[in-house]
Structures are given as C-alpha cells and as structure tokens.
Write a protein that binds this ligand. Structure first.
Ligand code: SAM
Length: 246
C-alpha cells in the first residue's frame, strides 16, 4: 500500500517496521488522531521495549532526558546499593530503565491506576528486571528509607496547552493537575519527607513554565535543599533536581 498523505513519514515507517497490517480501519483511526504507538502496542525507551495501551501515557523523549540526567547524577553522588522509588510509574518505563542501570539496587514503583500497574508488571517481566510495584496514591505510600525519588507526575493545568489528540486519547489522570499543574509536586514533596532518607535526591519532570512556582513549593518543604533546573533541547526548563544533604 502507498503511504496515505494523512500519515506522517515517521509513523508510516514505524507501522511498516512493526509489520502492522494496514487497512482502512487503521488509517481511519490514525486520521482521527489515534496514536500510532497504541496501535502498534509498544515503544522503545532507551534499550527497553515498553508495551503501551490506553491506560498508560506513551513514554516521551523528554522522559528519556529526565532518566538520562538522573542516571548521571546518581552515579556522581552514590556508590552503594540504593533504594529507588518511581512515583506515577504508568507503563513502568522510568523504573525499568533505572532497574537495568542499577542492578544491585531495590527499585519500587507506584501508580494509583491498577491497569497501569498490571501493564508495568508485564513490562518489567519482558525486560527481565525485578521491581516492587504497588497500586497506591502518592500520599498513601508509606514504605521508607529511599535514597532516590523520581517522578513524572501529571503537571498540566486544567486550562493548559495540550494537543487535542493527547487530550482525547491518553489517560486524563496521567495529564492534569490542580493548582496550575503544581498540585502533585506539593503532595509528592510532602510525602517525600516521610519516606526518604536524610541524604537524598529527588528528580522531577516539569512543565516549561513551572520553574518559579515550583521553586517556592520546594523551599517550603526543603528550605536548605540545593535546587537545580535543566533544559530540554528547546531550551525550556523541564527537569528539576533537588539535593538534600548532598
Ligand atoms: C505523566 S504520567 C507518567 C507515566 C510514566 N512514569 C512516564 O513517565 O511515561 C503520570 C502517572 O501518575 C499516575 N497518577 C496520577 N495521579 C496519581 C496519584 N494521586 N497517585 C499515584 N499515581 C498517580 C497516573 O496514573 C499516571 O500513570
């Protein structure tokens, strides 16, 4: 079949590479903006194959940058076995890559969605890593003694900029947060004080316009922390690292 004009070259290559039978039904779905990744059923995240379905956010390239940064910072600051927790794991992509990278560490991951946790468990199996998964809300998770907390929480404001197709097809609970998108950072930081060791590092993916307001929230919880922001390839502040007693 010839590439229909409505499908991007990239998506077309992906569909062919994955040997997906392309019929009119599929093309109609794509024309309506249905994500090609959900049709194919998996994506690459670093060297990990991650299954996706409509219950989880499709892992983004920015999140690879977050994890890449986290791996470097962790290696610079720790040389022992660690306890790592991923808050809002979705497909499990972040936790799985960290478990592959830090083989002797204990990796935990939580999500309030049972369907997401079911899929993330399957993804951990496929990628041959051992992770402790829990269905839990951020403020209800009480296991302790973690060195590292990493999270890509929902951070889009209710009236925030977001493409119609993302809004239509990806899970809303993975996207939106109250208080201009900042609600979960506040909640997670509050919880982090109860479950992290004194010496710890927290990594967040953030919205491009959240740096200043997030800094205020971090200072409320951790007045003495060293806070660092990093940019994505569009020179936007998209990643936040909070160092406590480091
Ligand atoms: C932006 S997605 C991130 C998914 C994945 N970590 C990634 O980076 O691709 C946020 C995830 O947080 C979960 N979530 C939302 N609110 C939550 C809450 N209050 N407690 C626990 N998980 C929550 C959603 O179900 C979703 O899977």
């Amino acid at each position: 079949m010839k590439k229909p004009d409505s499908i991007t070259k990239l998506d077309w290559e992906l569909l062919k590479e994955k040997h997906l039978k392309i019929d009119n039904k599929i093309i109609n779905k794509i024309n309506k903006g249905y994500p090609v990744q959900y049709l194919i059923g998996d994506v690459d995240f670093f060297d990990c194959l991650i299954k996706v379905n409509k219950h989880v956010l499709i892992p983004r390239f920015e999140t690879e940058l977050l994890v890449d940064k986290a791996i470097k910072v962790i290696k610079e600051n720790f040389d022992k076995e660690l306890r790592i927790i991923d808050f809002g794991t979705g497909s499990g992509c972040i936790a799985i890559k960290l478990a592959k990278e830090f083989k002797n560490s204990e990796v935990f991951a939580i999500d309030k969605s049972k369907k997401a946790i079911n899929l993330s468990k399957e993804n951990a199996r496929i990628n041959n890593v051992d992770i402790s998964f829990y269905v839990s809300k951020f403020d209800k998770f009480h296991k302790k003694n973690f060195d590292i907390l990493i999270s890509n929480p929902p951070y889009i404001a209710k009236d925030g900029e977001i493409s119609d197709n993302v809004k239509k097809y990806e899970p809303k609970t993975a996207l939106f947060a109250k208080e201009n998108g900042l609600f979960y950072y506040d909640q997670i930081l509050n919880q982090s004080k109860k479950i992290l060791k004194k010496r710890n590092i927290i990594f967040f993916e953030i919205g491009y316009n959240q740096k200043d307001n997030l800094t205020e929230i971090i200072k409320k919880h951790y007045p003495l922390a060293k806070i660092k922001f990093d940019k994505d390839y569009n020179k936007m502040d998209r990643f936040c690292t909070i160092y406590n007693n480091i």
